[in-house]
Write a new protein. Sequence first.
Length: 294
Amino acid sequence: MKIALIATAALLCQCGLWADEASTFRSYVDTDLCARIMLGPITPQRIECSQSTGKDGAGPVLVRLSNNMVFSVNKEKMIKNLVGQLAEVSGEAKVKNGTIKLTDAKAIEPTAVPAGDADRKLLEPSRNEVNPQTWEKVRHELAMMPYVSEFDFISFTMMGPQVILTGWTVRQTNRDYAYNVTKNVPGVESIVNNIDILPLGRFDMQIRAGVRAALQRNLSKYFWGSGSDIKIVVKNGQVFLLGRVINEGDKNIANIQANSVRNVFKVFNMLQVQPGKKKEAAVTPAGQSGRQGA
């Protein structure tokens, strides 16, 4: 009996170590918004997105260079001034939850990442060749997800044979479904699931309903049945407007209407203006990523 108890205790201890990974790694300091819509290599456009949304109050996160995993941090002040830069960080990481308790963070230059190092994957776009058939199959599978609504934004990109799933959803089942259908696609060798589960508290739920009602009053053409061209992501009082509209006027109306909703803390209007674009479901191709509205 004592042996069994000791073995069980050792196993629990070992599992705890796996769950809380003490680690040091190189990362790109992004905002929660841009980390999930500006996927793949760190381009000047992505850095501009990170810095501009960071100044507007979007929360900072870490994107691990070796595998593109997004980590929320417990001490945002430690990395707030590093948004748009590379950093070496240390802390207790919970890989399953995508969180890290930071103990240290310091800015580093791109030259600190040696040539040929796996961490250069996001710094050298030319290294990221994608099989177009695999990409299209992943796009199709995600586009056919049955329970994606206007309050969900599911997206992806590919870095070689690796698929990065990203976005936000109000349903845990959507996160799991996206992973399960993607892992069965021929040519996919690994998956990083960065889809964030949104809070379902009454406060955010009221904002979701209010923003949808406000947009439908003036922009009903972008909503149909259970789908929409405009995605309304609400997280802790912040509203992210994603997707596409056909002119700048409609983009401005969406911004005004969303800001008029009670208890909205901040609106980030990331809508793309694409004249004459037809309605498409769930995930839309943009270059070599499945971004919708990035």
